[in-house]
Write a protein that binds this ligand. Structure first.
Ligand code: GLC
Length: 451
């Protein structure tokens, strides 16, 4: 009897898992989705921009949470905000030069401050010394440079009077008792906050023309005790609204709708190592990464990634079939800090010479094994295979394992100079001869035209 019950239970669990994996909100086919996302998968490289009142604290965009500030204590940043050097055309030009093809700006972060002129709040940029809709200026400037434009919008809101308590709210950090939650939640109404979000997202998706990406942030894992998700945000209805307002838009996966196969367009591995990107091969994803540790401008942080680390992130993303969105946290004056500009310049230098190994590329066909100390990317349309040389061989020999008969021509990508090769003694490998002097790129790229 017991056995029978557990069998039935197992069957129920199995069937429900199976059925839930099939759940769908819309009726788009895989081919239609691929077509809708084509510009994005081809682009491979984007710029994240985290900018808000927290840029003035200059010590992390979570400063309100980290320091348990009340709205009153945080008000000084609103009163002070005056980004007198804001020049989004300059931003857009830097992003474009670095090889980025799209950008995503924080229109509202967890602090709840609207960087746009919203009808539904006074807590907005047009009421500060800035007096302008900075989101509009960003959209216009990036579009004018031929970049795709995206909006980040925080589902969390640490300012709104109807937003209920959860485990990261600044007001729950000291006293985590349920009694404190209950006390603080008095008079708060998530239904009203949900409507507020819908209203603001509607504004963002109707008043600024075509928006290419929407980056909603974030939901707790299912089952978290005092964290929010699908039901709190009204995610199903929200996503339907988004798709209705902007049918072509690409939406990330942080609405907590993982039981739906179309509950988000791409996965968002955050601040992971290059090793951790490998399992994402074959999926649709974008890894989001900072130059240093924080997203918002952090003056005293010194752990900036090196040029090589940034390059490795970009190459490894593409070699596993994904995108990289690299974050800049502009200062309170509205500028990219010199460290960010240096990092972008170094990417610009590399991308100018090697971007063909990034755009429209993905992982190599299984028959091609990466030679030692290299990573591969591949353009399926042009049938070019790109060998990214991480350690330049001192003897100038690069063994291409079992590539014999598969290659038509070899050259450096940076200057299209021919590289000669011969069949190795084993009859299956190719032996490529590289010049003594390494080309002046941290990671040079060999382009192989395949048979
Ligand atoms: C996290 C953080 C947030 C940042 C985001 C970017 O969810 O809460 O500060 O904006 O990641 O991926």
């Amino acid at each position: 009897m017991l056995r029978k019950i557990s069998f039935i239970l197992l069957l129920v669990v199995f069937t429900s898992t199976f059925v839930s994996a099939q759940k769908k909100l819309g009726n788009e086919t895989d081919a239609q989705k691929q077509e809708r996302m084509k510009w994005w998968t081809d682009a491979r490289f984007g710029m994240f921009i985290h900018w808000g009142l927290y840029s003035q604290a200059a010590r992390h965009e979570w400063v309100k949470h980290n320091e348990h500030m009340t709205n009153e204590e945080y008000q000084k940043y609103f009163d002070q905000f005056n980004p007198d050097h804001f020049d989004p055309t300059k931003w857009a030009k830097e992003a474009k030069a670095a090889g980025m093809r799209y950008a995503v700006l924080t229109t509202k972060h967890h602090e709840g401050f609207a960087m746009f002129d919203s009808k539904y709040t006074d807590y907005k940029v047009t009421n500060t010394h800035a007096k302008r809709d900075l989101v509009r200026e960003y959209v216009d400037a990036f579009r004018a440079q031929g970049m795709k434009v995206g909006f980040y919008y925080s589902l969390l809101d640490w300012h709104h009077p109807d937003y209920t308590m959860d485990d990261v709210h600044p007001l729950t950090q000291v006293d985590t008792s349920q009694a404190n939650y209950d006390r603080l939640n008095k008079g708060r109404d998530m239904a009203k906050y949900r409507q507020y979000m819908r209203n603001q997202i509607t504004e963002l998706l109707t008043n600024y023309g075509k928006i290419d990406v929407l980056w909603l942030d974030w939901s707790w894992d299912k089952g978290a005790k005092r964290g929010k998700g699908e039901d709190d945000w009204g995610s199903v209805e929200l996503l339907k609204l988004v798709r209705k307002l902007q049918p072509g838009i690409i939406v990330n996966n942080r609405l907590g709708l993982s039981e739906y196969s179309d509950g988000g367009d791409f996965m968002t591995p955050e601040q992971v190592s290059t090793k951790e990107l490998e399992p994402y091969k074959g999926k649709t994803w974008e890894t989001c990464q900072t130059f240093s540790g924080s997203w918002g401008y952090y003056r005293d942080e010194n752990s900036w990634k090196t040029h090589r680390q940034l390059l490795d992130l970009l190459i490894t993303s593409v070699s596993n079939g994904g995108n990289l969105i690299l974050n800049v946290g502009p200062t309170a004056r509205g500028e990219f800090d010199y460290r960010a500009t240096n990092a972008l310049d170094s990417m610009a230098y590399w991308m100018h010479a090697n971007d063909k190994a990034i755009y429209n590329c993905t992982y190599a066909p299984a028959e091609f094994k990466a030679p030692d100390h290299t990573k591969l990317t591949y353009n399926p349309q042009t049938k070019r295979l790109y060998v990214h040389i991480y350690d330049y061989p001192a003897d100038g020999k690069l063994i291409l394992p079992a590539y014999n008969g598969k290659v038509k021509y070899a050259q450096f990508l940076n200057d299209y100079s021919e590289l000669r090769y011969t069949t190795a003694a084993n009859g299956t490998d190719l032996e490529l001869t590289l010049p003594k002097n390494k080309p002046p790129y941290n990671i040079p790229v060999v382009e192989l035209t395949l048979q």
